[in-house]
Write a protein that binds this ligand. Structure first.
Ligand code: ADP
Ligand code: GLC
Length: 488
């Protein structure tokens, strides 16, 4: 079959409805890119209490799911991705989803997350047949929707609507697997026969991600390098063996960037717009950001960070090298939230360096755009990085990234070696060993470059000219969907 596909895209986060990280950006951009290639893509997500009323759409009908011997009822609503004809279906169940956060308060995951997301997945499988629309493929993302492939291949295997529908499972981050105590298994609505090492069992617990890996028709991760890394103990997080058994069904598809949202030429959130051909606007964004960050407006190299403050993002490296970096005449502007210990350490250093370090703990989409635009350099020392969007955003905004050479960072940032500079491919600074020393060396290289106007201009220009558009990745997804449909 070569015509347009009906794609059911099920995700726990979608911009502008709800976002905690890159999954939400991708879940807005990829459906748009698929739609642009004339596929009929429809998105489903939980109707969290935090979603603005104006986006929640109309209540369309009831749906239910049977878990733990109990039938629970919900409603499904129909909305749209703004400025598109892409339906977004929301599962409304206030007891599960009317909360301040999608997954938990602070660092504490909600204790009923297994039940919440299994209910969500089952409710989606319950209401879709009512719409009269039949998907050719279901596209699931991370552990929250990983139960769907398991349901399709077990409980729904003979279902008149769902039986035989292929699933594609995208791993955005293997560090979060949806691991729960075995006693909760009845809440999944799956049988105990699946609680074995061959299926969902993982060191005595239930592992939903593992179920997605085992039961999906096809799998992918969000960059080519990470697809290889997760089959080793470098990034497999214990699932490397299982992933190797599915190696022939697993590929890497690089995330793109939604240029409708992340584009310095049109971005209304930044102080002045600009393009690769005319950086005057960027020159104006820098002092505007310094003011906003309450730092002195001075001509110094400004470094930025917008990140979840967790170990994997390399925050330990940042915390331990910060004071050494701040010995130099620089400014560093950080926006993030996450582990309380990192938040505390960063706040404390900011108090000691009030003229050099600005730390904003929290989540602020506007400030994030202004940091990507107003800084000279962007720091992303992630221990592992499935893809990473921030380094791509910073490049497109002419802000030169300094990254650990891993996962998607390795695939998207080309180190400023003499050779890469001379053939115009260099876009940033990449360090190979995940140590304070290597990170500081990359920082020092950036510092030197700041004083070499031509080299800096070249790096900016090369970064801004990268093609991170979604169209080629969307085509690769369609190919994967077709392979899933052809799979036995
Ligand atoms: P991850 O999904 O692992 O957090 P990505 O680089 O793929 O990493 O995506 C992170 C996304 O979340 C980017 O859009 C980034 O700008 C955004 N982001 C992260 N932290 C914050 C924050 N504190 N405030 C605003 N945006 C943030
Ligand atoms: C995850 C990963 C990040 C990736 C994002 C979107 O959150 O940590 O690297 O860019 O998903 O795929």
């Amino acid at each position: 079959m070569s015509g347009p596909l009906n794609i059911l895209y099920v995700s726990s986060e979608v911009v502008p409805f709800v976002k905690t990280g890159g999954l939400a950006d991708v879940s807005e951009a990829l459906p748009r890119a698929l739609r642009a290639q004339v596929h009929d893509v429809r998105v489903a997500l939980p109707c969290y209490g935090t979603i603005p009323e104006a986006l929640k759409g109309e209540r369309s009908g009831p749906c239910s799911a049977r878990v733990n011997g109990d039938t629970r009822f919900a409603a499904w609503r129909t909305s749209k991705l703004p400025d598109s004809d892409i339906p977004v279906y929301l599962i409304e169940h206030d007891q599960y989803f009317w909360r301040d956060h999608p997954y938990g308060a602070g660092n504490m995951e909600y204790p009923d997350n297994l039940e919440r997301f299994c209910f969500f997945c089952l409710a989606v499988l319950d209401f879709i047949p009512q719409t009269g629309w039949v998907p050719d493929v279901i596209h699931c993302h991370d552990w929250h929707t990983a139960p769907i492939p398991a349901y399709i291949k077990t409980r729904f295997v003979d279902h008149p609507f769902w039986g035989g529908i292929p699933t594609v499972f995208t791993i955005h981050n293997l560090a979060y697997q949806g691991r729960f105590a075995s006693s909760l298994l009845p809440k999944t609505g799956l049988g105990w026969e699946l609680f074995s090492p061959k299926y969902l069992e993982f060191y005595g617990d239930i592992n939903l991600m593992k179920g997605g890996v085992i039961f999906a028709s096809k799998l992918n991760t969000v960059s080519k390098t990470y697809a290889k890394e997760i089959q080793t103990d470098l990034a497999g997080n214990g699932l490397e063996g299982v992933l190797r058994t599915r190696a022939t069904d697993l590929i890497g598809i690089q995330n793109g960037v939604d240029l409708g949202v992340w584009n310095p030429v049109t971005d209304r959130r930044i102080a002045a717009t600009y393009s690769a051909d005319d950086l005057a606007g960027k020159t104006a964004c820098k002092p505007a950001l310094q003011k906003l960050a309450q730092l002195p407006v001075r001509e110094v190299p400004v470094y930025g960070v917008v990140s979840r403050l967790v170990w994997d993002k390399g925050i330990p490296l940042l915390v331990s090298t910060l004071e050494q970096m701040l010995k130099e005449d620089i400014q560093l502007i950080l926006l993030g939230s996450g582990d309380a210990s990192f938040e505390g350490a960063l706040r404390k250093t900011a108090q000691a360096f009030p003229d050099k370090l600005s730390v904003t703990i929290g989540y602020d989409e506007d400030l994030a755009h202004q940091i990507y635009a107003g800084c000279d350099f962007y720091l992303m020392p992630s221990r592992t990085e499935p893809c990473g969007l921030s380094q791509m955003y910073s490049m497109l905004y002419g802000t030169v990234p300094i990254v650990h050479h891993t996962g998607g960072l390795a695939d998207t940032v080309t180190d400023a070696t003499a050779k890469n500079l001379s053939n115009d491919t260099a876009t940033g600074f990449a360090f190979r060993t995940w140590t304070d020393r290597a990170f500081l060396n990359a920082f020092k290289r950036a510092q030197r470059t700041y004083r070499e106007a031509e080299t800096l201009a070249k790096l900016r220009r090369n970064g801004m000219r990268q093609d991170f558009s979604w169209s080629s990745s969307a085509k690769q997804y369609v190919q994967l969907f077709r392979e899933a449909m052809a799979a036995p």
